[in-house]
Design a protein around this ligand. Structure first.
Ligand code: G4P
Length: 531
């Protein structure tokens, strides 16, 4: 037992969220570098040919040279066992990106200091807030010209609605970047432009009280500015409060430069101390403690066709409690059966290794013969409980699906239903029209291509997708109390239903959403669908 406790308590499982190009990959690389998991920075990046050589994942991934799937990286650092969940960005942003956050215990938000809060960060942030997971902010690229520091913090507070507490404070940016002031140690840590890919560079610590030395390093102007800013900061900013951080209402903010290794290891060390080991999770039977309870896990992602020859799927699960042994029997609660998990593996970037044991906090991928669905619970055979379901996230792109060969209706329905069950797309039908037409909704447009490609390649069905102008979808939270037929809509609103028969509304713009809420008192709309 003490072994299990120790193993679980040293685990830290988190996701890194950012807008593309803010520096998520570079930061991850540096983390791995400090953990000794890689010798040279640069091996995480999936842009180039390296990934193709080892990855046999979807064909489309090879064709486009991008990653459709998100991966998990596990490495050791300073006695901690760290699991980083990668959240796919760019065009491969999808519902999986959101779901990954369901499996994380905290999130690191990387912001480009020259750009501030950007669209994708905003979206991912909403999901973190919904789960109330702690968020740690790393403001990156301070070696380039950055926005005013107070403005950056203001933007985070206003746009994201979370209080900020700077742990350190930058001195200059771009060419005049001199380092950061550590508010706890009350000293300045100087920046030296270190060679890319090496460990943290040689920096010097100068106590704020040694004014002459400080002036020697940063110059008079920046020294004056720093002293002024510190005074302002100490007077105005929220006090650091670990409880608030852990409740997800206060974000500690760090400044640095991932590319030049400045402030990264310091951030990692602070972060590891401030974030938590796996926490208890809520199930229908009550709260499940990660250490006291036996093995349990939930499925947060299903990846199809990792090997085309076998048409197999891999179900990714987050272990929430206890220890997993490869040959143990488990209960698949939703499937109502006892089973052994087949070929449990740990997915490490592009590599997969078969594992024999894993602990709460870890992510494992298991071979799925088609029995698992997103949100399913696994536990010990003697137990019987379900973790809270994973919500359905609002797609932002919609298209009408035209099936080209109507003789193949059966294959089409089978194919599109299976792909929807895996959670890559959502399908809807128009309400009360009696038409069999299907509307497909996706979080990232690449999923349209994935759908078309897979229907053709796996189910031999050709389709045409006709884009629809809708960008917003809302679930009707109180649909039992509302008469859907009597809803007063706007001219651009469309009523649809999902596979389970839940009514939803599609809108072209956010203004119409507000309008419909105004026109229908008592109507409650939600951006997340409950499963
Ligand atoms: P992402 O995963 O969030 O999309 O970002 P990524 O790490 O790929 O970084 C995007 C670009 O920003 C890369 O340049 C990277 O080198 C650069 N970058 C990351 N961190 C810093 C930083 O602290 N300072 C500066 N100046 N640049 C940074 P690229 O030219 O697009 O790619 P590459 O050719 O360098 O790989």
């Amino acid at each position: 037992m003490s072994d299990i406790r120790e193993e679980i308590n040293r685990r830290r499982t988190f996701a890194i969220i950012s807008h593309p190009d803010a520096g998520k990959t570079t930061l991850t690389e540096k983390f791995l570098l400090y953990g000794g998991a890689i010798n040279l920075a640069g091996s995480v990046k999936g842009k180039a040919t390296a990934r193709h050589a080892v990855s046999d994942w979807m064909e489309i991934e090879k064709q486009r040279g991008i990653s459709v799937t998100s991966s998990v990286l596990q490495f050791e650092y300073d006695g901690y066992c760290i699991n980083i969940l990668d959240t796919p960005g760019h065009q491969d942003f999808s519902e999986d990106t959101y779901r990954t956050l369901m499996a994380a215990d905290s999130a690191v938000m990387v912001i480009d200091g020259g750009k501030g809060v950007e669209a994708q960060t905003r979206k991912l942030f909403k999901v973190c807030v919904m789960r109330r997971i702690p968020i740690f902010t790393f403001i990156n690229k301070m070696d380039r010209d950055a926005n005013d520091t107070f403005d950056l913090l203001d933007e985070i507070e206003k746009e994201l609605g979370i209080a900020t507490c700077p742990v350190n404070w930058p001195i200059g940016s771009g060419k005049s970047f001199k380092g950061v002031y550590d508010r706890e140690k009350k000293c300045v840590i100087t920046y030296s432009d270190t060679e890319k890919g090496t460990r943290e560079g040689e920096s010097t610590q100068i106590p704020l009280s040694e004014l002459d030395r400080l002036t020697g390093f940063v110059g008079e102007d920046l020294r004056e500015k720093l002293l002024e800013e510190i005074e302002l900061l100490d007077g105005a900013s929220v006090e650091f409060d670990l409880e608030k951080v852990r409740a997800g209402v206060l974000t500690p903010v760090f400044f640095g430069s991932a590319l030049t290794n400045f402030g990264v290891e310091d951030f990692l060390q602070h972060f590891l101390q401030m974030t938590t080991a796996p926490l208890p999770r809520r199930a229908d039977s009550g709260t499940i403690d990660p250490v006291e309870s036996g093995f349990s896990a939930f499925v947060f992602k299903i990846q199809a066709n990792m090997n085309k020859a076998h048409r197999d799927r891999v179900a990714f699960m987050r272990i929430c409690s206890g220890r997993f042994d490869a040959d143990m029997e488990v209960r698949h609660v939703q499937g109502d059966r006892i089973m052994r998990l087949s070929q449990p593996q740990q997915i490490m970037a592009n590599d997969r290794k078969i594992l024999t044991e894993a602990y709460a906090g870890d992510i494992i991928g298991v071979f799925d013969p088609g029995v698992f669905s997103i949100g399913d619970t696994l536990c010990l055979p003697r137990e019987q409980f379900r973790y809270e379901g994973i919500p359905t996230f609002a797609p932002e792109h919609f298209a009408r699906v035209r099936q080209l060969d109507t003789m193949k209706r059966k294959q089409f329905v089978k194919g599109i239903s299976q792909i929807a069950q895996e959670g890559a797309i959502q399908i809807f039908q128009e309400l009360n029209t009696g038409m069999e037409e299907i509307i497909v909704g996706v979080v990232g447009v690449l999923q349209f291509d994935v759908l078309k490609f897979r229907l053709e390649n796996e189910y031999n069905v050709e389709i045409r997708l006709e884009p629809l102008p809708y960008e917003h979808i809302r679930w009707i939270e109180n649909h039992e109390e509302i008469q859907i037929d009597k809803l007063v809509g706007t001219s651009d609103m469309k009523k649809v239903m999902d596979l389970k028969g839940n009514p939803l509304l599609l809108f072209v713009n956010a203004w119409s959403v507000g309008m419909v809420l105004d026109r229908n008192k008592g109507l409650k709309l939600s951006e997340f669908g409950r499963n």
